[in-house]
Design a protein around this ligand. Sequence first.
Ligand code: IMP
Length: 177
Amino acid sequence: MKILLTENQIQSKIKELAKSIDDFLIKNKRNENDIPVFISVLTGSIFFFSDLIKNIKSEIIVDYLKVSSYSGDTTTYNVKILKDIEIDIKDKIVFIVEDIVDTGLTLKKIIEFLKDREPRILKICSLLDKPSKRLVKVKVDYKGFEIPPEFVVGYGLDYNELYRNTPYIFIYEQQNE
Ligand code: IMP
């Protein structure tokens, strides 16, 4: 097991991200009723999402979107929305919070899906980015770390639903069975 990012590295990056997001929210908030919506993309972003929003000082509301596209460590290129958000995001500042952007296909589908609901501002925040694997162009507005094209697990990220529950991120090495 090779640790790629330690708990300390992750937590200090989250504090930086939360600070820049807070600065953005303060600048762009129109009035007291203009409460931004933070959307966690399930399941991979659970820990990142909760640590990030705990560090955000502005008033926000949260919602969840569940998508699926991976089987093992291979994308199926068929992104499905498994659970929709419940909050009306029309005219709102919306942050999509992802664990990782790889090919970009998942994010592209989510952006198209949510843009139809006419948010005023749609921003993307992802803990990890694998730019060398990108197949479609997507803009990650707030990113934690750029990582090499390896399959990583831990801190919410899984291989076949396993390995999510570690506070650090490590490189998954396929066993030869
Ligand atoms: P994309 O559609 O290829 O950009 O992949 C996005 C989704 O695939 C992420 O939200 C993850 O759920 C999953 N994914 C991509 N790369 C990895 C990885 O290295 N480890 C675990 N999950 C990954």
